[in-house]
Ligand binder design. Structure first.
Ligand SMILES: [Zn+2]
Length: 121
């Protein structure tokens, strides 16, 4: 499986802001549609990056070294990948969670030999 490009900082930032906007929209019944949420997230991210040095530091991931996702946009059977939260490396798209996890553990062994691969969620 070919590795994927790491997720860019802008993509992470916009995605993170968008998730919060979605949660607030639902929680407060704001009724903002997807296009508005996307534009707001993009505008807030650009404004933040204009005034602040933003770095990605997933504090929620101190204990967990990786996360795994089934990518709904990919065809069934090749849509599992794992991201190494220590360095941002992504596995390729794998046909099963077990294969994605095996690829990730290979990465940990070669790139982070002093650490253990933790389970992912
Ligand atoms: Zn790594």
């Amino acid at each position: 499986m070919p590795e994927q490009e790491p997720i860019s900082l802008d993509e992470r930032l916009i995605g993170n802001i968008r998730e919060e906007l979605e949660a607030q929209t639902v929680g407060r019944g704001l009724g903002l549609d997807d296009a508005i949420l996307e534009q707001l997230a993009w505008a807030i991210a650009v404004n933040l990056r204009y005034a602040f040095d933003v770095t990605w530091a997933p504090k929620w991931a101190r204990e967990v070294h990786s996360w795994m996702e089934a990518d709904e946009d990919m065809p069934t059977g090749e849509n599992h990948f794992v991201e190494c939260l220590r360095c941002g490396w992504l596995t390729g798209q794998n046909p099963s969670k077990a294969q994605a996890q095996a690829e990730y553990l290979g990465h940990v062994a070669s790139h982070h030999p002093s650490s253990e691969g933790c389970s992912s969620g």
